[in-house]
Design a protein around this ligand. Structure first.
Ligand code: NAD
Length: 261
């Protein structure tokens, strides 16, 4: 169970996705990077898409895949990406923390473009190829905020709830063609996105940053520690594995018990 570049993939033999082609959006950092590593370790050819060209190139080199510098807010950039995929991981995302009355409309719009419209446009392009082969896996990296709301996150919560709906429709339409679509719903994961949020939340809540993780971010979580990106990637990989063909239209919380309360 070792990969070509020294990683291991719990639950899957190396090469289990041999012959499959995957695309990971936002693959240059955090959860996307971990997904690219896990999919490549399982044998998939991985297209790494990111607006950060250097990060995309670095991860593509790491996993022996191909880098695609692209701004997913731009439909023309999406139209230039490869469409012939077996696995699509809609992961790219960004956050903005502000009260609704202060939330810049252009930021709200940008979050919807990157986290809702881009997945839709990518699905439009890639589903026909999956249908033609009778197999496909769509993994949408949603969030606990696809299932629950938090104050000061109107753009993000709106986008993730929309992604949940898109994933379910994809599941219904893809079922006759062997295509599954699911959401993974992490709580707070140790990535640059969260590191940036700690400062923003400190300002929004008027708290010192060192109190933000326990008192704001993980207030609703029974487990009071951040999730590692590799744990999210392991769930994404499981959804692409041999035993999950009946898991579709689902949302899989890995939220430390947040939605149990
Ligand atoms: P991250 O900031 O580490 O990585 C996000 C990546 O997306 C970056 O490489 C960034 O360059 C890329 N990206 C952003 N805008 C883009 C655009 N317009 N076009 C192309 N690429 C773009 O963040 P992360 O924490 O790894 O987040 C990945 C996904 O996981 C996001 O959808 C996020 O909402 C979701 N998520 C994160 C957490 C968390 O706590 N970190 C929790 C739940 C869900």
């Amino acid at each position: 169970m070792t990969s070509g570049f020294g990683g291991t993939v719990p639950g899957l033999p190396a090469g289990g996705l041999g012959g499959r082609t995957a695309m990971v959006t936002g693959g240059g950092s955090g959860i996307g990077r971990a997904c690219a590593v896990a999919l490549a370790a399982a044998g998939a050819i991985v297209h790494v898409v990111d607006v950060d060209a250097g990060a995309a190139a670095h991860v593509a080199e790491l996993v022996g895949g191909r880098a695609h510098p692209a701004d997913l807010a731009d439909p023309a950039a999406i139209a230039a990406l490869p469409a012939d995929l077996d696995i699509l991981v809609n992961n790219a995302g960004l956050q903005h923390v502000a009260a609704i009355e202060d939330f810049p409309p252009e930021r709200f719009e940008l979050l919807q473009k990157v986290m809702v419209t881009a997945p839709f446009l990518l699905l439009r392009r890639t589903l026909p190829h999956m249908y033609a082969r009778g197999w496909g896996r769509v993994v949408n990296v949603s969030s606990v905020h696809g299932l629950r709301a938090s104050a000061f996150k109107s753009g993000y919560v709106t986008a993730k709830h929309a992604l949940e709906g898109l994933s379910k429709v994809t599941a219904l339409e893809g079922a006759p063609h062997g295509v599954t679509s699911n959401c993974v719903n992490p709580g707070y994961v140790r990535t640059p996105l969260v590191e940036r949020q700690i400062a923003a939340q400190a300002e929004a809540h008027g708290l010192p940053p060192e109190r933000v993780v326990g008192e704001v971010l993980l207030r609703g979580s029974a487990i009071k520690r951040l999730i590692e990106p590799e744990a999210v990637a392991a769930v994404a990989l499981w959804l692409c594995g041999p035993h999950t063909g009946h898991v579709t239209g689902a949302s899989l919380p890995m939220d430390g018990g947040w939605t149990a309360a």
